[in-house]
Design a protein around this ligand. Structure first.
Ligand SMILES: NC(=O)c1ccc[n+]([C@@H]2O[C@H](COP(=O)([O-])OP(=O)(O)OC[C@H]3O[C@@H](n4cnc5c(N)ncnc54)[C@H](O)[C@@H]3O)[C@@H](O)[C@H]2O)c1
Length: 251
């Protein structure tokens, strides 16, 4: 993976840090010398990762759908005195593959809350902190499901992720005058434990066959994009939805 010396000592807050793409991002930013703040609802997972990494990793348990919990988490970060330079909103997902016709309101509301409401709450809390940085960055993780319709996904999830893409553009517009960039990345199906449990081997082969680059994504595909967007070289890139989906979005 590329080395970005400017990321050393920057303070990076990552939600969904306890598993999958978020955990991989934590490990990558830590290895670049950053201070990393791991936000996740699962205390044990983030405490284990922080312990495994070392002194620059800090686990903060929080439910990102809860406004009070989000504010407390950012206040806990304030107390550690490193500020916030980079905010990566990675927590998200869905539990059930359902059509619009079959989806119950509870599943709809929970999926919108985890993917869209939480992005709003966390970005809103991050903004005043990012304004104090001289290299402020917001990176929201969306999905190919919010960029185009591909077979059997969750309509609530796709709608929420499309909402996060547009929220990111508003953030780019509002925060540009403060030198803060806001971008999103849109992954394709990535073999994390959650996704492996949701889909069959047949699904994976079918999805890979629809990708111009001929394979599913791996976590490093997304983490490389995050590191680039966080780097000084991306200082003039804002409002972008970066398709880390092997060209699937064109099909
Ligand atoms: N894995 C994929 O195939 C894929 C594809 C496209 C987009 N994405 C997106 O990438 C992101 C990461 O996906 P993943 O599969 O790596 O995730 P994951 O399911 O492996 O991990 C998500 C983490 O978020 C945490 N979390 C869940 N609810 C939370 C809450 N309310 N508050 C705080 N933390 C909470 C979980 O404990 C878990 O550690 C998500 O936004 C997802 O929508 C993933």
């Amino acid at each position: 993976m590329a080395i970005y010396p400017e990321i050393t000592n920057r303070a990076v807050v990552i939600t969904g840090a306890g598993a999958g793409i978020g955990e991989a991002a934590v490990r990558a930013f830590y290895s670049q010398g950053a201070h990393v703040f791991l936000l996740d609802i699962d205390r044990k997972k983030i405490e284990d990762i922080a312990k495994d990494l070392g002194d620059r990793a800090h686990a903060i348990q929080t439910d990102i759908t809860d406004p009070k919990a989000v504010l407390s988490a950012f206040e806990a970060i304030d107390q550690m005195g490193h500020g916030v330079d980079i905010f990566i909103n990675c927590a998200g997902g869905y539990q059930k593959l359902l059509t619009v016709e079959k989806m119950d309101l509870e599943e709809w509301d929970q999926t919108i809350a985890l993917n869209l409401r939480a992005a709003f709450l966390c970005c809103q809390a991050a903004i005043p902190r990012l304004k104090k940085s001289n290299a402020g960055r917001i990176i929201n993780v969306t999905s190919i499901s919010g960029r185009t319709v591909h077979a059997a996904s969750s309509p609530a999830y796709g709608a929420a992720k499309a909402g996060v893409t547009q929220l990111t553009r508003f953030l780019a517009y509002e925060l540009g005058p403060f030198g803060i960039t806001a971008n999103s990345i849109a992954p394709l199906t990535t073999l994390t434990p959650r996704v492996a449990a949701l889909r069959s081997e047949e699904d994976f082969q079918r999805i890979a066959a629809q990708v111009p680059l001929g394979r599913l994504a791996c976590v490093d595909d997304h983490v490389s994009a995050m590191l680039y967007l966080a780097s000084d070289g991306a200082a003039f890139v804002t409002g972008v939805a970066l398709d880390t989906n092997g060209g699937r979005v064109m099909m």
